[in-house]
Design a protein around this ligand. Structure first.
Ligand code: HEM
Length: 302
């Protein structure tokens, strides 16, 4: 899978993540509302604030793709828990994933491999892939916004996770970060005038004026809602609960240390479990392999 992601990026970029290569890290505090305390024993969702480190990124494996490209952005949040452990929550700027199994994702990354002559994916190969997988047409044709700021985008964690309460009760949830500043995007004309790395520069500038906040929402699944398919949304009328507020206050002191870290949707904590989604189960292995490659014998920028 990771070989295929390297092919999709058009090259190996030593020292960089094989997806979401360009990014920057920030720190802040997450304060739970208490609304989740009866639903999960997870430490960061009770009543005590916890420190958080966030890495924002653009999804491409090529770190030189400009921020104005209409690709998804990522928000990888690490909650530092009172017992010294941590748990991660990764989100992107569209609500649905483009594949319902790891094998389907592999097929898509292969179809998106750049053509040796043009340097771009061959549109006919992608069309063939979609024609052979019509159930993926909607997710694949989602248009990711080009946000005005990392702080004006919503980020969906996509998969269902299972919350476990003190009595052992289990319930499926799906997370979404909602920006306190509201969602604001750029038109293609506006994006064309931006610096290649405007997203990181803009957030540094915004943070100099004050904290940048997000509310963490969860959608609660009901019996019959699929928990194993990240390409299918739950009905919009499902209850949506605000479970906490994140306030980012500035960049991390040590960018190099934090960008070398491995954020992983499988880094869970007591009170949160993986659902039966096969894509979610698979991801940790790919992240570990990308981490291994970028940290072993790969000076950055080689
Ligand atoms: C089979 C499906 C997927 C595969 C194989 C995959 C693979 C990867 C890999 C290899 C990385 C780089 C990891 C590293 O070097 O630390 C990565 C990063 C990332 N992925 Fe995925 N991914 C998948 C699905 C998803 C989904 C569904 C989401 C949506 C939440 C997502 C969000 C992210 C984000 C936000 C990052 C950047 C993390 C960071 O900043 O450290 N990925 N992915």
């Amino acid at each position: 899978m990771v070989d295929s992601m390297e092919r999709m990026a058009g090259a190996v970029y030593p020292g960089h993540r094989r997806s979401s290569a360009r990014g920057a890290c920030f720190s802040g505090v997450f304060t739970p509302t208490g609304a989740a305390a009866q639903l999960t024993v997870a430490a960061h969702l009770q009543r005590r604030p916890v420190p958080v480190t966030v890495r924002f990124s653009s999804s491409e494996g090529n770190p030189h793709v400009p921020d104005s490209a209409p690709v998804t952005r990522g928000m990888a949040a690490r909650f530092h828990l009172p017992d010294g452990t941590h748990t991660d929550l990764l989100g992107i700027t569209v609500p649905l994933f483009v594949a319902s199994t790891p094998l389907e994702f592999f097929g898509l990354t292969e179809a998106l491999r750049p053509n040796a002559e043009s340097g771009h994916p061959d549109p006919s190969r992608v069309q063939e892939y979609v024609a052979a997988h019509p159930h993926l047409a909607g997710p694949i044709t989602q248009q990711p916004p080009v946000p005005a700021s990392y702080g004006t985008a919503a980020y969906w964690a996509i998969h269902a996770f299972i919350w476990v309460d003190a009595a052992g009760g289990r319930r499926p949830v799906r997370y979404r970060w909602q920006p306190a500043a509201g969602r604001m995007n750029l038109t293609p004309e506006e994006a064309a005038t931006c610096a290649d790395d405007y997203l990181s520069g803009e957030l540094h500038e915004r943070l100099r004026r004050g904290p940048v906040a997000f509310t963490l929402h969860v959608q609660r699944g009901e019996p019959g809602d699929p928990t194993d398919n990240p390409t299918v949304a739950w009905p919009a009328e499902r209850s949506d609960v605000a479970v906490g507020q994140l306030e980012l206050t500035g960049p991390v002191d040590d960018q190099e240390y934090w960008s070398a870290q491995r954020f992983d949707p499988g880094h869970l904590t007591a009170g949160i479990e993986l659902s039966d989604d096969p894509v979610l189960a698979f991801r940790s292995r790919a992240y570990a392999e990308s981490y291994r490659r970028r940290n072993e014998n790969e000076p950055k920028g080689m």
